[in-house]
Design a protein around this ligand. Structure first.
Ligand code: PEP
Length: 254
């Protein structure tokens, strides 16, 4: 059975007090209302990871993580945080290569491959994001783009290392736009990614890989998305900023 993971990426939102209130409400909702086995990952601004991991320590299926990290382990890199710092604050997952990082901060597949290594060196789990722009989909090059993102960012890893990687398919045109990929479109890409893994590694690696979908996921489209055979959870942005809407997505997994 593949692990199902619902992760909420807060991006650069919420004051500390607002964030703690959200986590407190959310963890109570999940405790009372959700009895499934999916892992729920809270991905706040990094400053809050330590408090959140302490607050949720008694909740077996809730963990936390970071939105980015350096490819370096330590040193003179002002403003950066390392994977080991995330780990020391209780974080378990780190998003690598979110499309906003690729677009606004110039992160390339080669650079992201090094960040993936930095995360795995600390025995944490990268959530490696891939996704095409609208222009790329409309000009029918999206499979080539996705293949390059996957192969250049991940294919230097061993099969053993791949067991700790999560992939998130996030079509750029669906992030924060209210436009969700149809379940058929998402399933087609997830199956494509799984097949790339099958060709490069083996059936076990491909079958074990958790592939999340991200892009305007809400409670009302989550049930259908989660019914697709290759969609193993969601990476949620906007709807993760409210306890009720995020808890409803988690419940959709049940
Ligand atoms: C995201 O930021 O990864 C995301 C999917 O955002 P949204 O759910 O708001 O589209």
């Amino acid at each position: 059975m593949r692990k199902k993971i619902i992760a909420g990426n807060w991006k650069m939102n919420k004051s500390f007090d607002e964030g703690m209130a959200l986590v407190s409400e959310l963890s109570n909702m999940i405790k009372d209302e959700y009895h499934g086995s999916a892992e729920v990952v809270i991905i706040p601004p990094s400053l809050y990871i330590n408090s959140i991991s302490r607050m949720t320590a008694d909740f077996a299926n809730i963990s936390s993580g970071a939105q980015n990290c350096s490819n370096h382990s330590s040193g003179a890199y002002t403003g950066e945080i390392s994977a080991s710092m995330v780990k020391s604050c209780g974080g378990k997952y780190i998003i690598i290569g979110h499309s906003e990082r690729r677009q606004y901060f110039g992160e390339t597949n080669d650079w992201l491959a090094k960040k993936v290594d930095a995360v795995l060196t600390e025995s944490l789990n990268p959530i490696y994001c891939v996704g095409e722009t609208l222009e790329e989909r409309e000009s029918n090059v999206h499979f080539n783009v996705l293949k390059a993102q996957i192969s250049e960012g991940l294919f230097h890893l061993s099969a053993e290392q791949m067991a700790n990687v999560v992939v998130a398919y996030e079509p750029v045109w669906a992030i924060g736009t209210g436009k969700t990929a149809s379940t058929e479109q998402a399933q087609e890409v997830h199956a494509f990614i799984r097949n790339l893994l099958r060709e490069k590694y083996n059936e076990t690696v491909a079958d074990h890989l958790t592939i999340q979908y991200g892009g305007s996921v809400k409670a009302d489209n989550a049930v259908e998305l989660f019914s697709a055979p290759d969609i193993d959870g969601a990476l949620v942005g906007g709807a993760a900023l409210q306890s009720r809407s995020f808890a409803d997505i988690v419940k959709a997994m049940a």
